[in-house]
Design a protein around this ligand. Sequence first.
Ligand SMILES: [Mg+2]
Length: 394
Amino acid sequence: MSAHQRTIAHVRAYTVTGGGADYHDQGADHWIDDHIATPMSIYPEYAASRQSFGLNVLGTLMVEVEADDGTVGFAVSTGGEPAAWIVEKHLARFLEGAKVTDIERIWDQMYRSTLFYGRRGIVLNTISAVDLALYDLLGRLRQEPVYALLGGPVRDELTMYATGARPDVAQQLGFIGGKMPLHHGPADGEEGMEANIALLADMRERVGEDFWLMYDCWMSLDVDYATRLAHRAHEHGLRWLEEALIPDDYWGYEQLRRNAPADLLITTGEHEATRWGFRQLLERGAADIIQPDVGWCGGITELLKISALADAHGTMVVPHGSSVYSYHFVITRTNSPFSEFLMMHPSAEEIVPMFSPMLLGEPVPENGRIRVPDTPGFGVEFNPEIPTHRPYTH
Ligand SMILES: [Mg+2]
């Protein structure tokens, strides 16, 4: 029996403990929680740590989709127990009994049926994980990598930039650029602004003129502050300013892109979802690069549409993090010329797999480049030593 005749027998949703796809869930000694500017930084009691306001409350969702021959595809995203509930109690009905190739219809039914409480956020994270699991399953049944299902690669390997606290180390490791978290927002006043510029200037000194340096602002600024930061940072060759404003402020992004120096790129979209959300950014000319997370924006099925819309607007798509789920997509798109690697080492000084230790077989950059493996599906296995829990059944 060929793959397209197979049906989906079971859908299961798990939470994961002991390291997972929710990269936010790190200890206090990790650079990812070292006084990073956030939308909550205006409240002093929540300014020092992102965990203090609950960044890690959701945890990881792992979805398994099993075909009638016993083949299992899986995927992970951020969502934890509430997302597991949505899969088991609501979305499973659209999968079980369907053909494994009914990916488009299943996506549409998941989206339409959740509109009354969904549209973005945790519901789209959940839909994304189910969609990625379906692609993983189809790849396994066809014995093909996901990138082959998406039209095939347009280049031999991925060129990567590194996100972390040490762009100077990233340069030594062969990456094309380094993106640092911004530590100070408007609440830290002019002193904070000077500290932001001093860190950039110091890093520029270490890496020389040509290496890309970027600042990730994680939604922490307002238009005025972001405009001033863009002009000050431009003097030190900042390549792009990422996610300066809250995701709902499309008008602010439009204004910021007009205000910023022409050769300093405005990027955003990590917390945006669906083609309609990205349409807001694209039609306003609000970003030079959009950065959807394939585990949050609606999965591969939706990212294909977001990417086509961006291409028609002449906008690059450089997905946020997400390891193999991004790599299989990026390698197939001409308007995704490079990819992000999140440095999950606590001090960002060594390369570790992004979802380590949860996934086995996860490729890592060598000299800043990744060759996407041609193993079936997304080419990774769930580490059986990582404890999982299925909080709900249907
Ligand atoms: Mg970011």
